[in-house]
Design a protein around this ligand. Structure first.
Ligand code: IMP
Length: 429
């Protein structure tokens, strides 16, 4: 059995949580390999809606073991709150059902304070981070001064590490940003408490994943954020600080190439983004409200982690093709097709135009999209509500045409479409 990967093809929020939820019914391990509690994965089961930030969404299935890989940065406070939330909903979370990599890095209050201070200092060039301390935690990791989960196993040494980490961060906070310093002892007390609770969850998850694959078990890697937020391949600098793309699975879980199976890209039927940065197909005003929703439903386009209204726009075929290439996608899942019902026409961007020239693909990655103007194709829309549709033949002809066009533009097949937030609101193609 292989290692299957689920990847967002856009700027996150593509509806990956629901796809993970579906596929993890058959998975033995479901693993997060990047990001931290900046992620927000929403899964609706009957009347219950779960919003998960750090624990893999697949844990909702009783047979799947959740793995938090070494590529993740962990906020222990929100992790423990999430564990409690799941337990309150009768989902067992103990050290047998959730395993955390010894090599994953910790996020601390100092990282969050630095994230806020850096954003303030950027002024008009703010990235619009989630404020969760993600950038500073990965900065410490790359600078070889981060604190890893395994350090929690020796509490007296861990205490000293936390204290000196906060003291160092205070020098930058106070000296460079004129921000308030943190009390090292208070943070150390808090984190030593987490260490006691999380002790039993910490293990070598790379060995766990490898052992499962060797035994013929199936592993699902659950990407957080999306391709265009990748630190190397996204709309830099308006990106997150990790590699949410498929290649990031290997270092983020500590596995080699040999076991990779399906690489499933999840794309919304339109496009959305939170935070700042380029967005060529963005729409504003009433058209945006129509795609975004009003926020009255949990699946409307408002950030799961921050509650911010998402920017929305038409599906960008150029960026979708790019995501197919960067991730080596084998197939696509299109989510939220139901949201487009009732539109007289739907638009899809098939190319970019700049200086009188047309580009089918990005000439130099997505970092600077400012010179480009989208070239749109308009397709007839459809009136019927799709939320009850369960088969291809029940989709209105214009909706079928739209999906076929997405497959043509991306160059890979669409294997599934979602038409509502519930588990059963999917059409298998
Ligand atoms: P950070 O990851 O908090 O540093 O934020 C960097 C950028 O990534 C910002 O534009 C965030 O809005 C965006 N971002 C981070 N995580 C997510 C996510 O899970 N979904 C969508 N956008 C995200």
């Amino acid at each position: 059995m292989p290692l299957d990967i689920i990847i967002g093809t856009q700027w996150g929020d593509e509806g990956k949580g629901r796809v993970v939820d579906m596929l993890s019914a058959r998975a033995d391990l479901v693993a997060r390999y990047n990001g931290g509690d900046n992620a927000g994965h929403t899964v609706t089961v009957g009347t219950q809606t779960f919003k998960l930030h750090q624990i893999p969404s697949g844990i909702i299935h009783p047979s799947a073991v959740g793995v938090i890989g070494n590529g993740v940065v962990i906020n222990p406070a929100t992790l423990l709150a999430e564990m409690e939330m799941l337990r309150g909903n009768h989902i067992e979370v103990d050290a047998r059902r959730l395993r955390i990599s010894h090599a994953a890095h910790l996020i601390t209050p100092a990282h969050r304070a630095l994230d806020h201070a850096q954003e303030q200092a950027r002024g008009k060039s703010q990235i619009g981070t989630t404020g969760r301390g993600i950038g500073p935690a990965y900065t410490d990791k790359a600078a070889r001064m981060g604190i890893r989960m395994e350090e929690m196993l020796d509490i007296p040494t861990f205490r000293r590490r936390i204290e000196s980490h906060v003291e160092e961060a205070n020098q930058v906070l106070a000296g460079l940003f004129r921000a308030e310093a943190l009390d090292p002892q208070t943070v150390a007390d808090e984190y030593c408490g987490y260490a006691e609770t999380l002790h039993d969850y910490i293990t070598d998850t790379s060995a766990l994943v490898w052992g499962a694959l060797r035994k013929g078990q199936s592993v699902l890697a659950e990407g957080a954020q999306g391709t265009l937020l990748d630190i190397d391949h996204g709309t830099y600098p308006f990106v997150t600080s990790s590699n949410p793309t498929a290649p990031g699975v290997l270092p983020g879980l500590g596995v080699g190439f040999g076991y990779i199976g399906r690489i499933i890209g999840v794309t919304k039927a339109f496009q959305s983004r939170v935070g700042a940065g380029p967005f060529p197909t963005e729409v504003l005003g009433d058209a945006a409200t129509r795609l975004r929703g009003t926020g009255s439903n949990p699946w409307d386009e408002f950030g799961t982690t921050t509650g911010r209204p998402r920017r929305v726009g038409w599906l960008d075929g150029v960026l979708l093709r790019y995501a197919v290439r960067i991730n080596g996608l084998s197939e696509l899942v299109v989510t939220k097709l139901d949201v487009l019902s009732g539109l007289r026409m739907v638009k899809i961007c098939t190319a970019y135009r700049a200086n009188g020239k047309e580009y089918n693909d990005l000439p130099m990655g997505p970092a600077d999209l400012s010179p480009f103007e989208p070239v749109y194709e308009e397709m007839p829309g459809w009136e019927p509500d799709l939320t009850g549709v369960r088969s291809w033949s029940d989709l209105p002809q214009p909706a079928q045409n739209y999906l076929e066009r997405i497959a043509e533009i991306s160059g890979i097949s669409v294997c599934q479409v979602s038409v509502g937030p519930e588990r059963e609101q999917v059409v298998d193609l």
